[in-house]
Write a protein that binds this ligand. Structure first.
Ligand code: MG
Length: 378
C-alpha cells in the first residue's frame, strides 16, 4: 500500500485492469502509464489547436482545449494531494477528459450532433472514450491505448442508460446508479472550476466582462473590496479577482468533501462506489455561487457577439464537411476510407460514424482549410 494514499483512494495494485492483458511496468504504476499514453497520443497534441471559447487559437493568451486540460489537471491534483487521493489517476482522467471534443468549441459539439442525429448522434464525452479505446492506433497487439478501467470510467462522465447497456463494465454504474472513484468525481468538478474561472479571466481580458458587473452578487462584493487597492492596475485587479474566487472554490470543495467522507462513513473504495451520493462536492453556498457564475457567463459572455463567432464558424463548416464526405467518401484519408468501406459492409455498423470520427478529430484550422478546399470559398 502507498503511505500517502487514503484508504478510499484508488490504488494501482487494486486496479480492475486493462481490456488486453499487459505485463506491469517495473518503473511506473498502471495509472502513470495511462497518463503517459494519453500525453503521447496524437489526439492530445491536437487539443493545442482546438478552441475552448474564442475563435482564434493563434491569438496569444487565449485558452485552448490543451491549456484547459492542463488547468483542470493542476486544480484536481492539488485537491487530490490534500485529500490523499491518487494523483496519477486524477491527472490521467483530467488530461483525457476533452480528447473527443470536435473543432469550434461547444458549438462544434452541437452541430456535429445535429449532423449525426440520423446515425446515432455525437457526444464528446463518449468520443473521448472511443478515442482511447479504438481510434488511437499505436500498438501492434490492440486498437486504442488499452487504458485501465479506472481511467476509462473517469473519462465517461455521463451516459444515458441505453448507451450504457452497450458499454460493458464501465456502463454499469449508470444503470445501477452507483458512483465512480473519488478521482473520477474530482476530475469532473475540477473541469467545472477550471472553465468557470478561466472563462471569467478570458472575458475580463477581452473586455467583454468588467469586474463591476459582479457587484450584483453579495459574494463578489467582499472580494472586490479586498482588491480595491489595486484599482490603478486593472489587469492585476482582474488576476486577483479570479485567483481569489478560484481559491475559494478549491478550499470549499476540499472542506465539504472531507465532511462528506465522515458524513457518509466512507472507509474504502467499496463504500465510495456504493454511495448513493457524490462524495466530492461543494457546500450548498458554493454550489449556488458556481450556478450564479454559470448563468452570469451564459448571459454576458457565451452569448456575446465576439464569442458567438465560433458558433457561426461551426454552423458554416461542420455540416458542409459532413455532407461532402458522406457524398464523396473516397476523399477521406486512406485509413478512414478503408474503415468507411468496412463499416458499409458490416451489419449494425454506421459508416457515417467514420466521417464523424474524422471531423471530430480535426483542429479548428484544419477544418477551416478543408472547408475552403471543398467550397473554394476563400
Ligand atoms: Mg473540459
Amino acid at each position: 500500500m502507498h503511505e500517502n494514499l487514503a484508504p478510499y483512494a484508488s490504488c494501482p495494485e487494486n486496479s480492475q485492469g486493462r481490456i488486453f492483458h499487459e505485463e506491469e511496468s517495473q518503473l511506473r504504476s498502471c495509472f502513470q502509464r495511462d497518463r503517459d499514453r494519453i500525453i503521447h497520443s496524437s489526439a492530445f497534441r491536437r487539443l493545442d489547436r482546438k478552441t475552448q471559447v474564442f475563435v482564434d487559437p493563434d491569438k496569444d493568451n487565449v485558452r485552448t482545449r490543451l491549456t484547459h486540460s492542463l488547468e483542470v489537471s493542476q486544480i484536481a491534483r492539488t485537491i487530490a494531494r490534500e485529500l490523499g487521493l491518487n494523483e496519477d489517476l486524477t491527472e490521467a482522467i483530467c488530461l483525457a477528459h476533452d480528447l473527443g471534443h470536435p473543432p469550434f468549441g461547444h458549438a462544434g459539439q452541437e452541430i456535429l450532433n445535429e449532423c449525426m442525429l440520423p446515425y446515432g448522434g455525437f457526444e464528446h464525452n463518449l468520443q473521448s472514450l472511443r478515442i482511447v479505446d479504438l481510434l488511437e492506433h499505436r500498438y501492434a497487439s490492440f486498437l486504442g491505448l488499452n487504458l485501465t478501467f479506472e481511467t476509462r470510467e473517469g473519462i465517461l462522465k455521463h451516459c444515458d442508460q441505453k448507451t450504457a447497456l452497450n458499454l460493458g463494465e464501465i456502463g454499469k454504474r449508470f444503470i445501477n446508479r452507483t458512483q465512480p472513484s473519488l478521482e473520477a468525481q474530482l476530475a469532473n468538478i475540477a473541469d467545472l472550476i477550471a472553465y468557470n474561472h478561466h472563462d471569467i479571466d478570458d472575458g475580463l481580458r477581452a473586455k467583454i466582462l468588467n469586474i463591476n458587473d459582479f457587484i450584483q452578487f453579495d459574494w463578489a462584493k467582499s472580494v472586490i473590496d479586498k482588491i480595491e487597492k489595486n484599482k490603478d492596475f486593472p489587469k492585476l485587479m482582474n488576476y486577483e479577482f479570479v485567483r481569489i474566487l478560484l481559491n475559494l472554490a478549491v478550499l470549499d470543495l476540499i472542506e465539504e468533501t472531507k465532511k462528506n467522507l465522515i458524513r457518509f462513513n466512507i472507509k474504502n473504495t467499496k463504500d465510495v462506489r456504493s454511495s448513493e451520493k457524490t462524495i466530492v462536492s461543494f457546500s450548498d453556498n458554493l454550489k449556488n455561487i458556481q450556478d450564479e457564475l454559470k448563468n452570469f457567463l451564459m448571459q454576458n459572455f457565451y452569448l456575446n457577439d465576439q464569442v458567438k463567432k465560433l458558433s457561426d464558424q461551426a454552423e458554416k463548416v461542420i455540416p458542409k464537411l459532413f455532407n461532402f464526405f458522406l457524398a464523396n467518401p473516397k476523399n477521406l484519408p486512406p485509413y478512414f476510407y478503408e474503415q468507411f468501406l468496412l463499416f458499409t459492409k458490416s451489419p449494425g455498423q454506421e459508416p457515417a460514424r467514420i466521417i464523424c470520427d474524422y471531423i471530430a478529430g480535426m483542429t479548428d484550422r484544419f477544418a477551416l482549410n478543408h472547408y475552403n478546399e471543398v467550397t473554394n470559398d476563400k
